[in-house]
Each structure stands twice: as structure tokens, then as C-alpha cells.
Design a protein around this ligand. Structure first.
Ligand code: GEK
Length: 246
């Protein structure tokens, strides 16, 4: 069981920028499920997609893994011989718990694909040849001017036939579309028990550190990074996921 997210429930005298610390790691599974429409569907299908594209005896990366939800899903689905998952996050509170979750998964299910957890910055990582890379709601926390270089290095590391699964919160240039999708996202959060105060305080905490792109900007950047084809495979309100092929 994980704790219920009450981080922004009480009025705060001043809302500071959001950090992925121990308080967040403790409530993270509850927070992300109640905040991102479609998250359980995306996570489960990351396993399905990875199983389709994983090549025998290759590496698979989960970049910005948090507690390893995508890694756990891939381990439930992967059948390829000799694959290994490397799950990376630069928040120690996350990697510590991620390791515990993966060990618990190992103790419950036999013969899972091995997974190692690395505490580190994905911008500093020397990616090795790999067949699948997952960035599930991570790129939005990377400084916009560093995104193309990171995607280019992922493209370079991917083997022929490899795939990147990139999930993000989107923004929309058409004001009416932006407005409507933002409104239904807040309705989704209210339906999941968040108060208007919680929604507003979380928004202030995250707006300086989570910088969003339009779906079109993502697809154009992926093309600029050298991916041969990129398209949306899932969208729920202003959240979605893209597959990009090497
Ligand atoms: C999931 N993928 O549940 N290097 C490494 N990690 C980073 C960096 C960086 N430069 N910047 C941010 N992170 C997960 C959810 S959460 C999404 C991903 C969210 C990490 C950060 O520490 C956090 O754990 C994660 O990216 C983003 O499938 O909270 O909305």
C-alpha cells in the first residue's frame, strides 16, 4: 500500500517549486494515478509495446523511471531472451524505492528480465546500443534547449528496428482547445478527490519546472533527431504518448 497524496491539501503560505523528494516518492503512485488521465493504460501498454520491439540480448532503458512503473510493466510482458532493463532517475528518493519495488517483484515472480536501477542524470548518461527506450513523462522536466540533443543521442543508441516510447503532457496552440482540455483535466482531478485548492497549489509548484510542448513540436523534434517515423499511439485529454522508430 502507498500513502494518499495530501501534499497540497492544506493552504501553504508560499508554494515552492516542486521537487522529487522523499515526501513525493512516498505518495507518488497515488499522485500520478489521480493526476494523469490514462496513466494506467499507458503504463500497461508500454509493456505490450516493449515486448513487441525488444530484441534478444539487447538493453532497454527506462529514463526518468521514478518508482519503476514502466520497468515493472515491461518485466511483466517481456519474453525476449537475454534482455536487460536499465532504469535511471536523478532523484535518490525515487531510485531507493524503485529498487525496493523491483526486488519485491523479483520475490513474487520467477525468471523476470533483470533490471538495474541507476541514480543519475539522463543528460549525462552514455547510452549503450539498445532496442527500446522509454521516457514516460520525463522529457517535460528537461530544459527545452537540451531536449533535441537528448533525443538525438537516444536515436543514435537505438538499434535498427528500435523504438522510443515518449509520453508527455501536451499544450495546444489553439486557445479554445487548450482551455477545454485543461478544464476536463481539472475535472478529472476533482473526480479523483483533489480539491480546487490542491489543484491550484500543485499547479503553481509545477509550472516553472514542467515546460510543455505541442504534439506537433514533439513530432517535428523527433524527426529532427533522426527518427524515421513518429506518431501518437494514445491520448487522453492533454496527455498522450508517442512511438518513434529508429
Ligand atoms: C513512471 N516514468 O511512473 N535525469 C534523470 N531523471 C530525471 C531528470 C534527469 N535529468 N529530470 C527529471 N527526472 C515514471 C514517471 S515522473 C513524471 C516519471 C511526473 C525524473 C524525476 O526525478 C522524476 O522521477 C521523473 O523524471 C518524472 O512511469 O512526476 O509527472
Amino acid at each position: 500500500m502507498t500513502d494518499v497524496d495530501k501534499l497540497f491539501a492544506a493552504p501553504l503560505p508560499q508554494v515552492s517549486d516542486f521537487v522529487f523528494d522523499h515526501n513525493v516518492a512516498r505518495v507518488f503512485p497515488d499522485m500520478i494515478k489521480r493526476s494523469i488521465p490514462g496513466y494506467p493504460t499507458i503504463v500497461e501498454n508500454i509493456g505490450v509495446i516493449a515486448a513487441q520491439y525488444a530484441q534478444p540480448n539487447t538493453l532497454i532503458y527506462d529514463l526518468g523511471c521514478s518508482l519503476g512503473a514502466a520497468t515493472q510493466s515491461m518485466r511483466r510482458h517481456l519474453r525476449s531472451e537475454g534482455c536487460r532493463i536499465i532504469a535511471v532517475d536523478n532523484a535518490e528518493a525515487m531510485t531507493q524505492r524503485c529498487q525496493e519495488y523491483l526486488s519485491a517483484q523479483d520475490s513474487m515472480i520467477e525468471e523476470l528480465v533483470p533490471a538495474s536501477v541507476v541514480h543519475g542524470d539522463i543528460l549525462e548518461l552514455e547510452l549503450q546500443p539498445c532496442s527500446v527506450v522509454v521516457m514516460n513523462f520525463t522529457l517535460q522536466f528537461i530544459a527545452p534547449e537540451r531536449r533535441l540533443k537528448l533525443l538525438s543521442s537516444i536515436r543514435q543508441a537505438l538499434l535498427p528496428g528500435g523504438v522510443l516510447i515518449l509520453s508527455e503532457k501536451f499544450r495546444f496552440t489553439e486557445p479554445a482547445v487548450q482551455h477545454h482540455l485543461e478544464q476536463v483535466h481539472w475535472a478529472f482531478k476533482r473526480a479523483n478527490g483533489y480539491s480546487d485548492l490542491e489543484i491550484a497549489q500543485k499547479r503553481s509548484a509545477i509550472e516553472n519546472i514542467m515546460l510543455l510542448d505541442t504534439p506537433q513540436a514533439h513530432l517535428e523534434r523527433l524527426q529532427a533527431a533522426g527518427f524515421s517515423q513518429a506518431y501518437n499511439w494514445f491520448q487522453c485529454f492533454n496527455f498522450g504518448s508517442i512511438m518513434a522508430h529508429a
